[in-house]
Design a protein around this ligand. Structure first.
Ligand code: SF4
Length: 732
């Protein structure tokens, strides 16, 4: 197997930097951009402004560097930052494209024809705010303020949360929960009494064995983890990758287990069986910290590798061998919890299986396993007008999803279809491309009295809005201090490198001024965000002046990260122990220990649709970025050679695929490869935009989300399973 090392990562970053300069060259030919950039920036930095990246949620801290004439030159990592480790990834290096994109939203827009026709008139901010305030007042009077929801993704989200809390609603959802990482959050919470954090608390660089199940590390360029992945490989870490597809990570692995899709839980339960049967689990750790071991042992007794082979297609000796590899490395072993885990509708139980496997290996709290997160603790900005909503989302669940710790976005959508919710604020998330069954999202929107979308770029969801509010990009604004838990108590500052272009405004300004128009301005008890930041920084013993010089700051007094450093393990579960057996789940009528249940398999001529990430893009948000789009403009459909032969497909030809309901994709280019099983097709997520205002992304590649059907919802916390879709070829 070839090695992926630190140098490889640097190569990727360098490639991105090259592409960034190519992008700026080409962009300068655009009349709009030429006005902004002027002559091309020349190497030779004159100033740098601290930022943290918003191209994805990892929030790597870096510097926006300008040339001697003040023109944008490049974005580089901050050497002191625990997220970037001094390097931006491909996408982060292309962040200037977000600022320079001539397709950006430029003025507030008010819909002038029926919804979805994308016909708007430009408006002043005052007119847009008055329009929204009037509609919000009408909703509050007629139905109550708790009929308004916020869907949010990104750094400005907390400002809009403050706004709708002050208005009287607690319905704040994020598709990153029920459409992504929610099941693992609840499963690890049930098992260890703790969340994994974001970035996750995985000590990859010190791991001796790393197990990746459907995790696209290296394709999803989660910066810190990819760099640590390279370090771990160099240090001889054993990588075990479980994936129906020979992913980048599989290429760096000692073991690639091309599992039959939808059977991962069978493999996990069989690994648990092997550890217990061969008595190679971490006995001291299990004895000291867990409860429910005997019940677990009895439950998994029948999950032999021979049983699992018939389900997963992974040979029994490989299952045993990989279980032994994990045991040998323990406790420096991580069975990675992944991130997007909303797959089949029983995802909390699958993630419980992974949590239990980690518990048997003893990695939680140990070096090379899961470290203890440290948090800076930025003082909260009080919102004196925040009201307790009379009827919050939980009251509407009617007994469903009892362990949902936030409202599933799909649930709010379903209730809107029923006519219950009347107003939506959508901040920084293209709901049309991230909720499954987009037809249902459109039906919900048709029932609304008000849809407000706040974003930097047009997207399918803005086409449905009543009011569109243009946010400026992260390079043009202050935001809240970054205070993400990590190995260190560290904060990062985002300061504006440029004045906002066009008539765009920062999220804090939009939320505060809309609140003032609505008569609830006291929820924002500061004149502007600099006043808020100055106050918070002073309480943390630093200042704006210092932060502008350093970008990130460690606040000291860090606790131990792991037992080897003196950490004492405590678990905030009901029992105070790691719960291999969950009384909470049993009391709610769910399996206290995960059981395997089979999922439907594709009928003849159909293939399971699986999807993943590409190192160049973040979901659909960056496809139109003029720099990143030059690196990758469309996605491919991975097809196994036997499937290609059956359908007489050629490499590079365009095809459409359709699901069992007859919904067809846009044309997508075929890539024939043995790197995918013959019962599945694969495409990268985020492509296939249909909004004409995205001049580079429009109709490029196919959108996997548009095909997702037969969605199963996790009864424990409401996540929507995205991997139950079977597709066949439509037009060849
Ligand atoms: S991982 Fe890349 S895109 Fe994401 S925040 Fe870091 S540099 Fe930006």
């Amino acid at each position: 197997m070839s090695n992926f090392n630190r140098r490889d990562f640097i190569k990727i970053s360098s490639a991105a930097t090259v592409s960034a300069s190519v992008g700026l060259n080409t962009l300068a030919n655009s009349p709009t951009v030429a006005k902004i950039v002027g002559d091309l920036a020349e190497p030779g930095a004159s100033s740098r402004t601290p930022t943290y990246c918003e191209i994805c949620f990892w929030q790597c801290a870096g510097w926006v560097v300008k040339d001697k004439d003040g023109r944008p030159w490049k974005i580089v990592g901050n050497e002191e930052d625990q997220h970037s480790l001094g390097r931006m990834c491909t996408r982060g290096s292309g962040g200037l494209g977000a600022y320079l994109d001539p397709d950006r939203l430029k003025k507030p827009l008010i819909r002038s024809e029926e919804r979805g026709k994308q016909v708007f008139r430009e408006a002043s901010w005052e007119e847009a705010f008055n329009y929204i305030a009037k509609k919000m007042e009408a909703i509050a009077t007629q139905y109550g303020p708790d009929r308004v929801c916020l869907f949010s993704h990104g750094c400005g989200g907390p400002f809009f949360k403050t706004l709708i809390n002050a208005y009287g609603s607690e319905n704040v959802a994020a598709p990153s929960y029920a459409q992504c990482r929610g099941p693992r959050q609840e499963a690890f919470g049930l098992t260890f009494g703790a969340d994994l954090g974001s970035p996750e608390n995985t000590d990859i660089k010190n791991a001796k064995c790393l197990v990746l199940m459907g995790s696209h590390l290296g394709e999803n360029l989660h910066n810190t983890q990819v760099q640590e992945f390279g370090q771990a490989i160099e240090a001889g870490c054993t990588i075990i990758t479980v994936d129906p597809r020979f992913s980048v990570a599989a290429g760096k692995s000692k073991y690639w287990l091309p599992i039959k899709p939808s059977t991962d839980l069978a493999l996990v339960l069989s690994w648990i069986h092997c550890l217990i049967e061969e008595e190679i689990y971490n006995k001291d750790y299990v004895k000291k910290y867990t409860i429910g071991f005997e019940k677990l042992k009895a439950e998994v007794a029948s999950y032999t590798p021979e049983w699992a082979y018939s389900i997963t297609s992974i040979k029994p000796e490989i299952i045993r061998q990989t279980a032994r590899e994990m045991a040998q490395a323990a406790p420096a072993v991580i069975v990675h919890p992944s991130r997007h885990v909303a797959w089949y509708g029983d995802d909390t139980q699958r993630m419980r299986g992974i949590a239990i496997l980690n518990a048997l290996l003893g990695g939680w709290g140990h070096r090379g396993g899961f470290y203890q997160l440290q948090k800076a603790g930025v003082p909260e900005c009080s919102a004196p007008l925040a009201k307790k909503a009379k009827n919050n989302w939980r009251g509407q669940l009617d007994g469903k999803y009892p362990l949902a710790s936030m409202p599933p976005a799909n649930f709010l959508c379903d209730k809107t279809v029923e006519g219950y919710y009347k107003g939506w604020f959508v901040y920084g998330t293209n709901l049309s491309q991230c909720l499954p069954e987009p037809q249902k999202t459109e039906e919900a929107i048709s029932k609304l009295d008000l849809l407000v979308v706040i974003d930097t770029m047009p997207a399918e969801i803005t086409g449905w809005a009543d009011v569109v509010l243009p946010e400026c990009t992260y390079l043009e604004r202050f935001d809240e201090l970054r205070d993400k838990p990590g190995r260190r108590r560290q904060i990062a500052l985002r300061a504006p490198a440029f004045e906002p272009l066009y008539d765009s405004k920062p999220a804090w300004w939009i939320a505060k001024n809309l609140a003032i128009t609505m008569g609830i301005g006291a929820a924002f008890p500061w004149a502007n965000i600099e006043e808020l930041l100055n106050d918070q920084l002073a309480k943390l013993g630093t200042s704006m002046e210092e932060m502008k010089k350093v970008g990130v700051k460690n606040l000291g007094e860090e606790g131990a990260l792991c037992v080897e450093d003196g950490l004492e393990l405590h678990f905030k579960t009901k029992s105070g122990k790691i719960e291999l057996y969950s009384q909470t789940l049993e009391d709610l009528g769910f399996d206290p220990i995960p059981k395997y249940t089979a999922h439907e398999t594709p009928p003849d001529g159909y293939y399971r649709l699986i999807y993943g990430r590409t190192p160049t893009h973040t979901f659909g948000r960056t496809i139109n970025n003029p720099i990143l789009n030059q690196v990758q403009a469309e996605n491919d459909l991975w097809v196994h050679p036997t499937v290609a032969k059956r359908w007489n497909l050629q490499n590079g030809q365009y095809v459409k695929v359709k699901n069992q309901a007859g919904v067809a994709s846009l044309p997508i280019r075929v890539r024939i490869t043995e790197r995918i099983r013959n019962d599945a097709l694969y495409m990268a997520h985020g492509f296939g935009h249909t909004d004409k205002r995205l001049s580079r992304a429009h109709l490029k590649g196919a959108n996997d989300t548009a095909l997702i059907d037969k969605v199963k919802v996790d009864p424990i916390m409401g996540a929507t399973g995205f991997r139950g879709t079977f597709v066949t070829f439509d037009e060849v």
